[in-house]
Design a protein around this ligand. Structure first.
Ligand code: ZN
Length: 532
């Protein structure tokens, strides 16, 4: 690591800076001290020849679940590796055989979308390989789980158990299928013993390393408490911080109510360059995959229009409270009814206690209603979409919502032209971590199947990059000092292995960083660019 006083010159690159002719920059005391042409460069203690590489501002992933991904790494990994029910059962059988009698066997990255049968395993299939151990397969994203009989019994669920508020216990011919959604799945998940702190911290560090390899310098952890409950997860994050934190600039969205925050003596920390805690996260509706995202009209393929996670008045009261207490508020909202409800709650909070630049957040914003854009403008709210979902799930989303609503999925141009700040994100591990995949999909609007999802909503490559740089910094309140390549800005930079501003979207997708700098320190190097 360089000493505080050392200066570093990056020379001979293609800089994504307003100063178009600049190819070099000088870093001093963690900031960009000078930017210009190599021949005019001041002397420096060390020099890195960029070999013509593209340099972009260090990226922000405005919504990712590092903790959730870490848990996936610690549990039975199914994910794309299991491509059929038979393969899934084989892996599960091996994991159950290795577990102690009565020990829970859990997977956190299951999805029927990876199985060619495109169905969940049945409760009987799970029972046949689990040797009486309780098994819970959590669908990637955590909104749906499949349980075996032993797990259902641990929760006290039987055919006569009524659905809990905000969740369903699926039945067929009066028998439990093992499929649980939302709060019903959470009740079972809460019975699983928490992960060990040391193992969790090591796994989170691995996930952070994966971020650095993409040139990501900042991450907002999207819902502390979503996997194992707030107290357990927050204790792990705080232990990690005591052990030196992460190289990334971290922001946290806490999945707790304002009343819980008061009970825990948590107050919004304000803006902090490395570790900020100033956001409360709500879940307003569910997801399209489980048909729990809330719409005004039913899904195209099922007789349901989704559900709100809690009674509308209760959420409104919490939002008014959290807003008045100075929190930035964020909500998971997918369907037009969920989005409309969230924006109404924010408007009610602003009416009750006007707050300049509250910068509240709207996560996902998949299918908006007719009033949403005007309301976003009035509120000055930030939209945090995952364009990568267009690639991976675009075709199945389009099928589920149908026709006109499919044309509205994850808008880009509409938001950009309305002057609404877009903060790019992955929702990893629900979506792939690569920000370049998200950028590519924002530009070409293609599902993996080739299906085109409303070309009129396409962003330009500059706009897509801005969403992951200046947009992400804005959402964290870091605008003004981070997110651009200009003199005076923090020296947060990603030197890329290809020129994303010159390539077609499919070639952008697989981009990696050669070098990632945070406040001028090398946080990741692929070894190809060495200082002299
Ligand atoms: Zn999320």
């Amino acid at each position: 690591m360089p000493s505080e006083a050392a200066t570093l010159l990056l020379r001979g690159g293609r800089l994504a800076a307003a100063q178009r002719d600049a190819d070099s920059l000088l870093i001093a005391a963690g900031r960009i001290a000078w930017i210009g042409r190599a021949e005019d460069a001041p002397a420096a203690d060390r020099v890195i020849d960029l070999q013509g590489s593209r340099v972009v501002p260090g990226l922000t992933d405005a919504h990712a679940h590092l903790f959730m991904r870490a848990q996936e790494l610690l549990n039975l990994e199914l994910g794309p590796k299991a491509t059929s029910i038979a393969e899934l059962l084989q892996r599960l059988q091996a994991a159950c055989a290795a577990a102690a009698p009565g020990e829970w066997v859990m997977s956190a990255d299951y999805s029927e979308q990876f199985l060619h049968e495109r169905r969940h395993p049945t409760r009987a299939e799970l029972d046949a390989v689990s040797g009486g151990r309780p098994v819970l397969l959590r669908r990637s994203g955590g909104h749906l789980s499949v349980a075996n009989t032993a797990a259902l019994q641990c929760a006290g669920f039987d055919a006569a158990t009524p659905d809990p508020q905000g969740g369903t216990i699926e039945r067929e011919n009066g028998e439990l299928t093992g499929v649980l959604t939302e709060n019903a799945a959470d009740i079972v998940a809460a019975l699983i013993p928490p992960p060990s702190q040391a193992r969790s911290i090591a796994a989170i560090r691995k996930v952070a390393d994966a971020c650095l390899r993409y040139g990501i310098v900042a991450v907002t952890e999207a819902a502390v408490g979503f996997n194992n409950g707030f107290d357990i997860e927050w204790a792990i994050w705080n232990a990690l911080r005591r052990e030196g934190g992460l190289p990334l600039r971290m922001g946290f969205m806490l999945r707790i109510d304002p009343a819980d925050a008061r009970r825990l003596s948590l107050k919004p920390s304000g803006v902090d360059p490395h570790w900020q805690v100033r956001t409360l996260k709500f879940f307003v509706d569910g997801i399209i995959g489980a048909r729990t995202a809330a719409f005004f009209a039913p899904y195209a393929d099922r007789d349901t229009s989704g559900l709100l996670m809690e009674p509308p008045d209760e959420l409104r009261a919490k939002v008014i409270e959290g807003h008045a207490e100075g929190w930035q508020l964020a909500a998971h909202v997918i369907g037009d009814r969920g989005i409309a409800h969230w924006l109404d709650c924010l408007a009610a909070a602003q009416a009750a206690a006007p707050r300049a630049d509250a910068r509240h957040r709207v996560e996902h914003f998949a299918v908006r209603g007719p009033q949403a854009v005007a309301q976003l403008q009035a509120l000055g709210a930030v939209v945090v979409p995952q364009y990568g979902f267009l690639r991976r799930l675009g075709a199945s989303f389009a099928e589920a919502v149908g026709g006109a609503r499919a044309q509205q999925l994850y808008p880009g141009r509409t938001l950009q032209d309305a002057g609404i700040v877009i903060a790019g994100s992955s929702d990893h591990p629900i979506g792939p971590l690569s920000p370049y995949l998200g950028m590519a999909a924002a530009i070409d609007r293609r599902a993996a199947s080739g299906l085109l999802l409303n070309a009129a909503e396409a962003l330009t490559v500059d706009e897509a990059l801005a969403a992951y740089t200046a947009g992400g910094a804005f959402a964290m309140g870091h605008d003004g000092w981070r997110g651009r390549i200009a003199a005076g800005q923090a020296a947060d930079l990603a030197v890329l292995d290809r020129d994303i501003l010159e390539l077609p979207p499919p070639a952008i997708e697989t981009t990696a960083a050669r070098l990632t700098l945070i406040a001028g320190d090398v946080a990741f190097s692929d070894g190809t660019l060495a200082p002299k």
